[in-house]
Design a protein around this ligand. Structure first.
Ligand code: GLP
Length: 241
């Protein structure tokens, strides 16, 4: 595991963006696993800036996102589909046909999960998977539990996750109660993983994830078992280590 500690959020974003840019330069038709949440927003801004300067070309890049709320149409500005178009896809020359997310409106949840797994396999797997981390250590929407979930599945969101995400909605009642998420097994199959963490409020969880026991009670701890993980965090996120 490679660990980079940066001074602040801006430097964390730049460092992580450089890692993603390097991946694109090394393999222009790479498959990027992408994430949402507030943590990657700064990183996406750097990628957009470098694209605008002519330093990055997304024309052959393929992307698969970690997760999507169940029940939200793509047109809802809180859907992860909307987020990705707003923060990255609509601002660079990625081919929209090469950007994939679970379909929040799929009629049959099981079929949708199977379809998404098959899709990732058919793309040849993920070259570089970007991850943020929830306060309870969730990655994607893999909530703390008694077992590591394996493949893409439909998740019941925990009250703490609904609480954390309600800031984006009119009220907690408007936050969807379920989501589709790549499973831990899907995430662990990525060739490389890049975890970004910012803020003191995640410092204790980050310490446990990197140095504590590997347990489904703290999903991010599973990353200790992956052969190629890079963690980029700001000083606040590392303040408990
Ligand atoms: C959501 C997303 C995760 C993300 C997490 C943390 O639950 N499903 O992928 O990592 O939030 O979000 P933030 O970066 O806003 O703290």
């Amino acid at each position: 595991m490679r660990i980079y500690k940066t001074e602040d959020y801006k430097k964390m974003s730049k460092k992580a963006a450089r890692i993603i840019a390097s991946q694109i330069i090394m393999k222009p038709n790479c498959v990027l696993g992408l994430a949402t949440g507030s943590t990657p927003i700064g990183l996406y801004k750097y990628l957009v800036k470098w694209y605008q300067k002519g330093e990055l070309d997304f024309s052959e890049v393929v992307s698969v996102n970690l997760d999507e709320y169940k029940g939200l149409p793509k047109s809802n500005d809180q859907s992860y589909d909307y987020f990705m178009r707003d923060n990255l896809f609509g601002l660079v020359n990625i081919d929209a046909a090469n950007t994939y997310l679970p379909d929040g409106l799929a009629e049959d949840s099981d079929l949708e999960c199977e379809r998404y797994e098959r899709l990732i396999r058919s793309l040849g797997g993920v070259d570089l998977q970007l991850l943020g981390m929830g306060h309870n250590g969730h990655i994607g929407f893999n909530e703390p539990g008694d077992a590591f979930d394996l493949a893409t599945h439909c998740v019941d969101l925990q009250p703490s996750t609904i609480e954390a995400n309600k800031r984006f909605f009119a009220s907690a009642d408007d936050v969807p109660k379920q989501a589709y998420s790549m499973g831990i097994g899907t995430i662990m199959k990525a060739k490389k993983i890049l975890l970004i963490v910012s803020g003191e409020d995640k410092a204790e969880t980050l310490k446990k994830a990197l140095h504590g026991p590997i347990t489904p009670k703290l999903p991010a701890s599973v990353l200790q078992l992956h052969p190629d993980v890079t963690v980029v965090g700001d000083a606040a996120a590392f303040s408990k280590m």
